[in-house]
Design a protein around this ligand. Structure first.
Ligand code: UDP
Ligand code: MG
Length: 317
């Protein structure tokens, strides 16, 4: 039997945590009873620099129920970094790790399916939402369009999979070798390889508290996904540049012809080309800048997270 660690990033989740904890005590209890996971399996709650009482709740849970353990980040680093912090900490204690959100939107009963696939020899099992009925029409529409766009950009990604997945210890260890700072985990995990499969589940509504992903964060995350995994935008710009160059060559010939026939009416043409080229140059600069910004960050090799406290270690002392 393998030891399972459930890794859950939590940011200002004081309303949700007690509900989630109760559900997980039951679920993990059943899984242990049914001998699907080892009795020393745990739930690792990662506090992503919450401003409310989230960490107090985690500490209390840890003190009263041995099932719970926690990691506290020194400040808010965002969902992806918090999740990575949890994965990297849990891999030292666990054989298999399941990552999920604190809000129970992902059906915890899908874990049984994950474990079945694991028993069949999978190292990675992706949780895939069979429907998004409970999401707002806006979120559903933008998300689906976005997955299509990612595919066009050549990014390998599992459709409708967020960060609810099972990974084996060696898969997480392999993930640790990815040194990049700009994190888009659901795009990185498929690069790890190993035998993988999917389990579908119905996504539920958030039961308490608000979404910690406001539109601005979602947009930044979406841009991150493309620019950290694909260089196609740059190639697209290059292609446009080549096309424009070809057109300008034709215009140059026209210019020469008009020079000798003396019928040039170039005012509007000049105005329009000045605007067009300014626009083109500015957009190109923007896209190039986006990548240079990333190179800049990567060369710094900043730590992606700093762990302030690790309840798991304190226990061992
Ligand atoms: N989260 C986090 N740090 C952040 C924002 C969110 O750790 O800066 C966590 C949050 O507590 C939750 C998960 O990431 O467990 C997903 O967030 P949420 O459910 O609000 O996103 P949504 O489901 O609306 O996309
Ligand atoms: Mg949610």
């Amino acid at each position: 039997m393998e030891t399972l660690y459930l890794v859950i990033p939590c940011y200002n989740e004081e309303e949700m945590l007690p509900i989630t904890a109760k559900a997980l005590v039951e679920k993990m209890g059943t899984l242990i009873e049914e001998q699907k996971i080892a009795p020393d399996s745990k739930v690792m709650l990662v506090d992503d620099g919450s401003k409310d009482s989230t960490w107090d709740i985690i500490e209390k849970l840890h003190a009263s129920i041995p099932l719970f353990t926690g990691v506290k980040l020194s400040r808010n680093k965002g969902h992806q970094n918090a999740l990575l912090a949890g994965l990297m900490t849990a891999k030292d204690y666990a054989d298999i790790i399941v990552s999920m959100d604190a809000d129970l939107q992902d059906d915890i009963n899908a874990i049984d399916g994950f474990l079945e696939k694991r028993a069949e020899g999978c190292d990675i099992v992706y949780g895939v939402r069979s429907s998004r009925e409970k999401d707002t029409a806006f979120k559903r529409g933008t998300a689906q369009g976005y997955y299509k766009l990612l595919e066009k950009m050549g990014v390998e990604i599992t459709y409708n999979h967020a960060d609810y997945r099972l990974m084996s210890k060696r898969a997480v260890e392999a993930l640790a070798e990815f040194k990049e700072v700009n994190l888009f985990l659901r795009g990185l995990v498929p690069m790890v390889g190993f035998k993988s499969d999917v389990v579908t589940y119905v996504r539920a509504e958030r039961q308490a508290g608000e979404s910690k992903y406001p539109l601005k964060k979602m947009l930044m995350f979406a841009i991150e996904g493309i620019t950290s995994l694909s260089v196609k935008p740059i190639r697209f710009i290059t292609a446009i540049g080549a096309g424009v160059l070809a057109i300008s060559f034709i215009l140059f010939i026209c210019f020469i012809v008009h020079l000798f026939t003396g019928t040039a009416r170039g005012n509007w043409a000049i105005l329009f080309s000045v605007w067009m080229f300014s626009g083109l140059i500015l957009t190109s600069l923007g896209v190039v800048g986006e990548y240079i910004g990333k190179i800049y960050l990567e060369t710094k090799e900043r730590p992606k997270f700093i762990i302030e406290k690790n309840l798991e270690e304190e226990q061992g002392e």
